[in-house]
Design a protein around this ligand. Sequence first.
Ligand SMILES: C[S@@+](CC[C@H](N)C(=O)[O-])C[C@H]1O[C@@H](n2cnc3c(N)ncnc32)[C@H](O)[C@@H]1O
Length: 291
Amino acid sequence: MPEQPGAAVSSDIFSGQAGDADLLAAIYDLEHDPFAEDIGFYRRLIRRSRGPLLDLGCGSGRLFRAFLDGGAASIHGVDGSPALIRRAEGRISADSVLAAAAEAGRIQLTTTDVRRPPTGRWRWIMAVGVLPHLDGPEAALQMLAAATGRLQPTGRLVLDDIGPGGLPDRDLPLSTDWERALDGRSVIRRSQLDRREAPDGLSLDYLTVTDAVRPDGTIARLPARFRLWYPSLSVLEGLLDEAGLAVELTYGSHDLEPLTGESDRRIVIAMRGHERRSRRTTRLAPGRCER
Ligand SMILES: C[S@@+](CC[C@H](N)C(=O)[O-])C[C@H]1O[C@@H](n2cnc3c(N)ncnc32)[C@H](O)[C@@H]1O
């Protein structure tokens, strides 16, 4: 998939990292694919209104099946990493439901920066785990403002990130996170995390060192560094307001628990500001999500 003109290099999380981007993307899936606790939440959310959906920072399309199963009319996945978009293409071909939807023109992929999404109007715009990758308020505002312009009048933007209770309260020394198998090879992930609190939120310097054992027993060591930014809720609300959006609902988990200072997730559902003033809100029924 060609990079759209004007897309910034920094939109590719693997650019500037040592090592083969396709291997890094495979390791990325190894780490993220087991995370499935949000699948039922998204299926159920989309059932509220089955329109077209834009998945900002779709990665390898982990959530595509949940969106389709929920009844999304179409999915446009956008990511800055060409290697992850290639893996999304692979995921689509390997899943008969996704493949049939793609064949019918209901799934599209574009490699571009989430701050410059394709033109169009969507009922749902999803940004799951993406906002923290944008390096602070300016870039976050660019993504939010672009999303506002692409929402249908009754559309909703969903921001879903680690909540205050899931963020580290101290620096974390280098330690082993997991060891998993990839194509019969052993992969070991270690990470170290340095945190910096600022008035606009928490910045994390996240260093990962991934060792992939090659078939001949030698080790490919893949160090990578990510800067992540978690705005406080009040800063996020201010950015949403500046972007012409207003918070409709918040949740502190995919089981629809209320958002508190201890919540593991921070799920924010936003709508266009002028809609907020003229519409009643409809809550998802509280309780556990279906799986
Ligand atoms: C934590 S992953 C989440 C992937 C997917 N939403 C999911 O939940 O499985 C963050 C994704 O955002 C993408 N990303 C980060 N910054 C981006 C940017 N500026 N433009 C486009 N994609 C970006 C990364 O490539 C990565 O796929």
